[in-house]
Ligand binder design. Structure first.
Ligand SMILES: [Zn+2]
Length: 481
């Protein structure tokens, strides 16, 4: 019978692991002596749907948790997601029900904690609240590390502190896990580390000379690599603690690469086609909405150029939240009730997105729904950069890639842009531009995460796995089927 130690490392990227392999002896040992392949994430590769898929083995359209995190929103972003649906469906619940003893620490979103056949410890993400333990005695028996989190949004001057704090939190969490690991012969031990993703989002441009906003030699040059080295030594401590009958599984929810440095203004494309309507009006012959938009983008471009992006956020924080959001997303300018189509409110500046259609307006304007979807796909596919190259990687009807009861949670048309382009809702300022937020958040999620097995009696034959395979592997090793 096999027991499992699972380390979930958010955003552990296979390309970066390979790049720094020589300085990562423990990861290298697993790659050389165990099994290591790229793990295809959910579409889009967001932490929330991806982790829930790892927990349940279900595709996002089956589990229905399709929310994404907007890393550009002040203070983290996403609203609390209803996690009631997780209870009873996760691999640790299923294992517990089969009599297996489980120890579960810090899984993203699985909060508040619930009774399990063992221990469950977690903190809240995106929302405020206290760390919780099941059973309660754990809280008094151990010094609890900071759990949950994902609320940092460091400015340039706070980066050194942010890195130091994040390292400490990660080490505290890993060491707390080691203590609990040693207390009992757990059948399933699962520790989730969410900090690497944050480091990559905020530090990318300081360590990548290929990033157009790379500042040259700087104090953070090696911060990301050093974080990998720290994680490697923590993995080493887990390898050393591994029993003969324990399999080590390391998994990430997605990869992480440079965030797009260019922006495609999709709402502007829709506006020019007459599909998206904006507020009208004229002051001295000028449309005030267009004037505000043009002024805003000129301001953002200037602040970006002058390396003053932090000030944009400081100034923005003086504006009441609702107004700030409508200005940021240009929604103040859009008349949704009169529009047929608009770009959906997903993720901040990523290459993944969608267009929503108002069926009501479709009818009112005598447009046929499927015909409109074809037209939108054609429009997107036709976008070109200044060199004449396509900007869109692909655009499809949602039913072509998603299925099941949750398919309507997705935008009517979904697409992926070329990796150097992100979605932007700017209006009245051309079709494309540079990202004005890249200096603030320069790393972004990529499609392939990491899947590693060590000390496993049998390993898959595939040279690449899909994220749904994580749950199958776990239940397979534990012989739960
Ligand atoms: Zn993630």
């Amino acid at each position: 019978m096999n027991r499992l130690v699972i380390l979930g490392i958010d955003a552990l990227d296979p390309v970066l692991l390979d790049k720094w392999k020589d300085d990562l002896p423990n990861f290298s040992r697993i790659m050389d002596q165990g099994y290591c392949v790229p793990l295809e994430s959910t579409q889009p590769p967001d932490s929330i749907p991806a982790w829930v898929t790892i927990y349940t083995g279900m595709q996002p359209w089956e589990h229905g948790v399709v929310d994404s995190v907007d890393y550009l929103d002040i203070k983290g972003g996403a609203n609390a997601v209803d996690t009631e649906i997780l209870k009873g469906k996760t691999f640790w619940d299923i294992a517990g029900k089969a009599g297996k003893r489980v120890c579960i620490i810090n899984p993203l979103l699985a909060y508040p904690v619930w009774p399990v056949n063992g221990v469950m410890v977690n903190g809240p993400v995106f929302i405020t609240g206290d760390t919780q333990t099941y059973p309660e005695e754990i809280a008094s028996a151990y010094e609890l590390p900071e759990l949950g989190g994902m609320v940092d949004f460091p400015g340039k001057k706070e980066l050194a502190k942010f890195i130091e704090r994040t390292r400490k939190v990660t080490e505290d969490q890993a060491r707390f896990g080691l203590k609990l690991l040693a207390t009992e012969e757990w059948d399933v031990f699962f520790l989730c580390l969410l900090t690497l993703d944050r480091v990559l989002h905020f530090l990318w441009r300081y360590s990548d000379p290929a990033d157009p906003t790379y500042p040259g030699k700087n104090p953070y040059e090696n911060s990301i690599k050093e974080f990998f080295v720290m994680l490697d030594s923590l993995v080493g401590e887990y390898l050393a603690a591994l029993d003969e009958d324990q399999v080590l599984l390391i998994v990430s929810d997605h990869g992480h690469q440079m965030r797009p440095t260019r922006a495609l203004y999709i709402n502007e494309i829709l506006r020019r086609e007459g599909l998206l309507k904006t507020r009208k009006g004229s002051v001295a012959g000028v449309n005030p909405v267009a004037l505000i938009e043009k002024t805003k983008i000129a301001f953002l471009r200037t602040m970006h150029k002058l390396d003053l992006e932090d000030w944009v956020y400081r100034i923005a924080s003086l504006i009441p939240k609702e107004r700030r959001k409508s200005l940021k997303t240009s929604s103040f300018a859009v008349l949704r009730d009169e529009s047929v189509a608009w770009v959906s409110d997903t993720g901040g500046g990523t290459s993944f997105g969608g267009i929503e259609i108002s069926r009501e307006r479709c009818l009112a304007e005598d447009m046929e729904y499927e015909g409109l979807r074809d037209r939108l796909i054609g429009l997107l596919s036709g976008t070109r950069d200044s060199a004449g190259d396509p900007i869109i990687a692909w655009a499809k009807r949602r039913e072509d890639i998603f299925e099941g009861k949750s398919v309507e949670k997705y935008p009517d048309v979904v697409f992926e842009l070329r990796e150097d382009y992100g979605v932007d809702r700017t209006l009245f300022s051309g079709i494309t531009g540079g990202s004005t937020t890249h200096k603030k958040v320069s790393g972004g999620h990529s499609k392939y995460g990491t899947f590693m097995l060590f000390n496993s009696p049998n390993t898959p034959a595939a040279d690449q796995l899909h994220i749904t395979a994580v749950f199958e592997t776990i239940t397979g090793i534990l012989e739960l089927e």
